[in-house]
Design a protein around this ligand. Sequence first.
Ligand SMILES: Cc1ncc(COP(=O)(O)O)c(C=O)c1O
Length: 471
Amino acid sequence: MTTIPAGAASRPSAVTSSLSPAILGGPKAVTLDQTEANRWPIITQQDEDAVLRVLRTGELSSGHLPAAMGGYPCPHTEVLALECEFAEYLGLPVMDVGDLLPVFAGKNFRVAPNVLAHNNGTAAIMAGLHALDIAPGDEVIVPSTTWWSSVLTILHVGAIPVFAETDLETLALDPDDVARKVTSKTKAVIVTHLFGIPAKLDQLVRVCKEHDLKLMEDASHAHGATYHNTKIGLIGDVAAFSLQVNKLVPSAEGGLLVAKDPEVILKASRLGHYERLVPLKAIDHPYAKFAATGFGYKYRMSPVSAALARTQLARLDERNKLRNDACIYLSKKLAALGFQTFMSGDKGLENTQRVYFEFLVRYDEARFKVPTKAVAKALQAEGCLVSAPRYPLLHQQPVFTEGEWLKLARLEHDDAAKARTYNPADLPITTAGNGTLIKLPSFPSATRELLDQYAHAFEKVMANLEAIPKA
Ligand SMILES: Cc1ncc(COP(=O)(O)O)c(C=O)c1O
């Protein structure tokens, strides 16, 4: 493999035939087929068997209480099993159902009081907002750099998203800007551990404690990541994990809500899990009176999805390690070329173990003077599957800039809300930072040869920055 002398990237060398970039007619650096390296989800016989096992029972929705108890719906045992296994994975308690609901003593199945499965991650976020009592007119501080579910859901409890800047070291919320955005109306902060990189939770928790705010972790990208040896999802008041098929625990749609306080899970279950309220009749729980209706949504997870999520969860650590090994191997080479690679242990990421839902690096446009887009284009010409970040900045989207959000939140008659505007020019640090990110594959099963080809592609492009087309 070609090696680049230290400093070559800042003093681009002349184009040589061995280093000639593909965009200028040279040979492509990446020639290996990338289909298998990037295949996701990875479905094995174990997954197929698990799904078939559930399919063949014919019980494809919720379960049912015994006829002697009315035969009412109750949670499906496959879904309860997933909740227990996820609780155990995070280190949360699991108990025998008889210890919670004595009427089920001897039934011999386990429950996880801190985990509630949903039909997707968006529903888990909605239920979390409901359970935290986020109410009309409340302000919730959120990042602009996240998937829309972490933000648009807020509108449906009548609350107002307040965007804060993204921290350039972690790509998550900047705790200092969060502190600046707190007002007397602020009730909560939602932080996304973007791409699997843990946010600065110590500082965020400090701000939340100081102002009596709830903290929701959107952990949809961070299954298995740790922050100061604590699993992501255990630090906020609640956490939501998506199990959508691209995620690190992929399923046929699904989501998991986790809460420190089991009462919060019970509260959350009122919104879209009427079947969870039926068994509460056995202990005269105050929520049992809502069992006939719930609160109007239907959020329970399919047992088929739960079966797949269970087998995928069992492989999570092993598959995270493969991604980590590949992305860290390549990151070290790209860091040497001057890229910011967001590796665990980097500044701002001390004592964290990140995971690689997605693999993005930052190109130093200010130092190298060539536009990021030109670099990405030259890398694509080399055969690299690189692109700009997938998520558009939310504060710049028409739903906010053109005012539709007010209607969705039913705040058209609220003068304070009406006075609020969202401007694409807001969050200059976030916008500039986002513009220099380059997304690579996250390499679930890459070979060293492929990673070396990627490294070679980056080396070629960086050694020829002056020569590549700038448009
Ligand atoms: C950060 C983030 N939050 C929430 C969600 C919503 O999850 P789901 O697609 O399962 O509804 C997703 C994924 O799609 C996500 O990436």
